[in-house]
Design a protein. Structure first.
Length: 205
Protein backbone atom coordinates (compact mmCIF):
# COMPACT_ATOMS: atom_id res chain seq x y z
CA UNK A 1 0.00 0.00 0.00
CA UNK A 2 1.31 3.45 -0.91
CA UNK A 3 1.29 6.07 1.83
CA UNK A 4 0.83 9.82 1.34
CA UNK A 5 4.43 10.39 2.44
CA UNK A 6 5.69 7.91 -0.15
CA UNK A 7 3.63 9.51 -2.91
CA UNK A 8 5.03 12.98 -2.18
CA UNK A 9 8.08 13.94 -4.18
CA UNK A 10 11.21 15.42 -2.58
CA UNK A 11 10.10 18.96 -3.49
CA UNK A 12 6.52 18.59 -2.21
CA UNK A 13 5.74 20.72 0.82
CA UNK A 14 3.72 20.01 3.91
CA UNK A 15 0.30 21.68 3.74
CA UNK A 16 1.08 23.86 6.79
CA UNK A 17 4.23 25.14 5.07
CA UNK A 18 2.26 25.82 1.89
CA UNK A 19 -0.29 27.80 3.88
CA UNK A 20 2.52 29.79 5.49
CA UNK A 21 4.01 30.59 2.09
CA UNK A 22 0.58 31.60 0.80
CA UNK A 23 0.17 33.90 3.81
CA UNK A 24 3.41 35.70 2.95
CA UNK A 25 2.49 35.85 -0.73
CA UNK A 26 -0.97 37.26 -0.03
CA UNK A 27 0.53 40.01 2.13
CA UNK A 28 2.84 40.97 -0.72
CA UNK A 29 -0.06 40.99 -3.18
CA UNK A 30 -2.03 43.30 -0.88
CA UNK A 31 0.96 45.67 -0.81
CA UNK A 32 1.03 45.82 -4.61
CA UNK A 33 -2.72 46.24 -4.95
CA UNK A 34 -2.64 49.01 -2.33
CA UNK A 35 0.14 50.84 -4.19
CA UNK A 36 -1.69 50.58 -7.51
CA UNK A 37 -4.85 51.97 -5.91
CA UNK A 38 -2.81 54.65 -4.13
CA UNK A 39 -1.21 55.72 -7.42
CA UNK A 40 -4.63 56.03 -9.05
CA UNK A 41 -5.86 58.05 -6.05
CA UNK A 42 -2.88 60.38 -6.15
CA UNK A 43 -1.24 59.15 -2.94
CA UNK A 44 -4.26 59.61 -0.68
CA UNK A 45 -3.81 56.22 1.01
CA UNK A 46 -0.42 57.18 2.43
CA UNK A 47 -2.22 59.35 4.97
CA UNK A 48 -3.27 56.15 6.73
CA UNK A 49 0.24 55.39 7.97
CA UNK A 50 1.47 55.66 11.55
CA UNK A 51 1.14 59.19 12.95
CA UNK A 52 3.21 59.37 16.17
CA UNK A 53 1.28 60.20 19.35
CA UNK A 54 -1.88 60.97 17.41
CA UNK A 55 -4.69 58.63 18.43
CA UNK A 56 -6.09 58.82 14.90
CA UNK A 57 -2.75 57.46 13.68
CA UNK A 58 -2.87 54.28 15.75
CA UNK A 59 -4.71 52.41 13.00
CA UNK A 60 -1.58 52.96 10.93
CA UNK A 61 -0.02 50.11 12.91
CA UNK A 62 -2.22 47.83 10.80
CA UNK A 63 -2.19 49.76 7.53
CA UNK A 64 1.38 51.12 7.33
CA UNK A 65 3.15 47.88 6.26
CA UNK A 66 0.92 47.72 3.18
CA UNK A 67 1.50 51.33 2.09
CA UNK A 68 4.54 52.63 0.21
CA UNK A 69 5.87 55.89 -1.14
CA UNK A 70 6.01 54.74 -4.76
CA UNK A 71 6.89 51.58 -6.65
CA UNK A 72 10.65 51.95 -6.05
CA UNK A 73 9.98 51.85 -2.32
CA UNK A 74 7.65 48.89 -2.75
CA UNK A 75 10.07 46.89 -4.90
CA UNK A 76 12.91 47.49 -2.44
CA UNK A 77 10.77 46.00 0.34
CA UNK A 78 9.07 43.22 -1.60
CA UNK A 79 12.14 41.10 -2.32
CA UNK A 80 13.48 40.82 1.27
CA UNK A 81 9.93 40.54 2.61
CA UNK A 82 9.24 37.52 0.42
CA UNK A 83 12.61 35.86 1.02
CA UNK A 84 12.72 36.32 4.80
CA UNK A 85 8.99 35.65 5.18
CA UNK A 86 9.34 32.42 3.18
CA UNK A 87 12.16 31.21 5.44
CA UNK A 88 9.96 31.77 8.50
CA UNK A 89 7.00 30.17 6.72
CA UNK A 90 8.96 26.92 6.50
CA UNK A 91 8.03 26.56 10.19
CA UNK A 92 4.34 26.73 9.30
CA UNK A 93 1.46 29.15 9.02
CA UNK A 94 1.00 29.74 12.75
CA UNK A 95 4.65 30.66 13.23
CA UNK A 96 4.90 33.17 10.37
CA UNK A 97 1.51 34.69 11.28
CA UNK A 98 2.47 35.12 14.95
CA UNK A 99 5.88 36.56 14.11
CA UNK A 100 4.25 39.03 11.71
CA UNK A 101 1.65 40.05 14.30
CA UNK A 102 4.23 40.58 17.06
CA UNK A 103 6.54 42.54 14.76
CA UNK A 104 3.71 44.77 13.51
CA UNK A 105 2.45 45.51 17.02
CA UNK A 106 5.83 46.07 18.69
CA UNK A 107 7.29 47.91 15.70
CA UNK A 108 4.18 50.00 15.16
CA UNK A 109 3.72 50.98 18.79
CA UNK A 110 7.41 51.79 19.18
CA UNK A 111 7.30 54.03 16.12
CA UNK A 112 4.10 55.69 17.32
CA UNK A 113 5.66 56.44 20.71
CA UNK A 114 9.15 57.58 19.64
CA UNK A 115 9.07 59.00 16.11
CA UNK A 116 8.74 62.79 15.63
CA UNK A 117 5.28 64.32 15.76
CA UNK A 118 3.61 65.51 12.55
CA UNK A 119 5.20 62.74 10.49
CA UNK A 120 3.62 59.75 8.76
CA UNK A 121 5.42 56.39 8.63
CA UNK A 122 4.63 53.82 5.94
CA UNK A 123 6.25 50.78 4.37
CA UNK A 124 6.94 47.11 5.00
CA UNK A 125 10.58 47.73 5.93
CA UNK A 126 9.70 47.54 9.64
CA UNK A 127 8.32 44.04 9.08
CA UNK A 128 11.40 43.15 7.01
CA UNK A 129 13.68 44.25 9.85
CA UNK A 130 11.47 42.29 12.24
CA UNK A 131 11.75 39.14 10.14
CA UNK A 132 15.53 39.54 10.04
CA UNK A 133 15.72 40.13 13.78
CA UNK A 134 13.56 37.08 14.40
CA UNK A 135 15.70 34.79 12.26
CA UNK A 136 18.93 35.95 13.89
CA UNK A 137 17.55 35.78 17.45
CA UNK A 138 15.92 32.40 16.80
CA UNK A 139 19.29 30.96 15.83
CA UNK A 140 20.75 32.20 19.12
CA UNK A 141 17.92 30.67 21.15
CA UNK A 142 17.53 27.27 19.47
CA UNK A 143 21.09 26.68 18.18
CA UNK A 144 19.56 24.41 15.56
CA UNK A 145 21.83 23.90 12.56
CA UNK A 146 19.09 24.92 10.13
CA UNK A 147 18.24 28.01 12.19
CA UNK A 148 21.92 28.92 12.51
CA UNK A 149 22.30 28.60 8.74
CA UNK A 150 19.30 30.87 8.17
CA UNK A 151 20.65 33.42 10.65
CA UNK A 152 24.09 33.42 9.00
CA UNK A 153 22.50 33.92 5.56
CA UNK A 154 20.52 36.91 6.85
CA UNK A 155 23.63 38.51 8.35
CA UNK A 156 25.76 37.79 5.27
CA UNK A 157 23.28 39.20 2.74
CA UNK A 158 21.49 41.94 4.67
CA UNK A 159 23.86 42.71 7.54
CA UNK A 160 25.15 46.03 6.20
CA UNK A 161 21.67 47.03 5.05
CA UNK A 162 20.30 46.35 8.52
CA UNK A 163 23.00 48.43 10.18
CA UNK A 164 22.56 51.27 7.68
CA UNK A 165 18.80 51.25 8.13
CA UNK A 166 19.17 51.87 11.86
CA UNK A 167 21.11 55.10 11.37
CA UNK A 168 19.03 58.29 11.71
CA UNK A 169 18.38 59.70 8.22
CA UNK A 170 15.98 62.29 6.88
CA UNK A 171 13.06 60.77 5.06
CA UNK A 172 13.77 57.26 6.41
CA UNK A 173 11.74 55.74 9.23
CA UNK A 174 14.72 54.44 11.17
CA UNK A 175 12.40 54.26 14.18
CA UNK A 176 10.24 51.78 12.27
CA UNK A 177 13.35 49.77 11.39
CA UNK A 178 14.62 49.80 14.96
CA UNK A 179 11.37 48.80 16.62
CA UNK A 180 10.60 46.29 13.89
CA UNK A 181 13.95 44.66 14.71
CA UNK A 182 13.06 44.75 18.41
CA UNK A 183 9.72 43.15 17.58
CA UNK A 184 11.51 40.31 15.80
CA UNK A 185 13.72 39.66 18.82
CA UNK A 186 10.65 39.74 21.08
CA UNK A 187 8.93 37.23 18.77
CA UNK A 188 11.93 34.88 18.95
CA UNK A 189 12.03 35.18 22.74
CA UNK A 190 8.29 34.51 23.04
CA UNK A 191 7.99 31.73 20.48
CA UNK A 192 11.39 30.00 20.46
CA UNK A 193 13.18 31.06 23.63
CA UNK A 194 10.54 29.42 25.81
CA UNK A 195 10.81 26.14 23.89
CA UNK A 196 14.60 26.28 24.07
CA UNK A 197 14.48 26.80 27.84
CA UNK A 198 12.12 23.86 28.26
CA UNK A 199 14.42 21.62 26.20
CA UNK A 200 17.46 22.30 28.37
CA UNK A 201 18.12 19.57 30.94
CA UNK A 202 17.83 20.56 34.58
CA UNK A 203 21.24 20.85 36.29
CA UNK A 204 22.09 18.06 38.73
CA UNK A 205 22.27 19.02 42.40
Amino acid sequence: MTTDAARRGPLDLDSDVRHGLVFVGVMAVIMWVAEIVDTVMGGDLDAYGIEPRDTDGLDGIVFAPFLHGGFDHLIANTVPFLVLGAIIALSGLARVALVTLIVMVVGGLGTWLVAPSHTVHIGASGVVFGYAGYLIARAVYTRSLSHLAAGIIVVAIWGFTLLGGLLPQDGISWQGHLFGLVGGVVAAWALDGRDARRARPEPAV
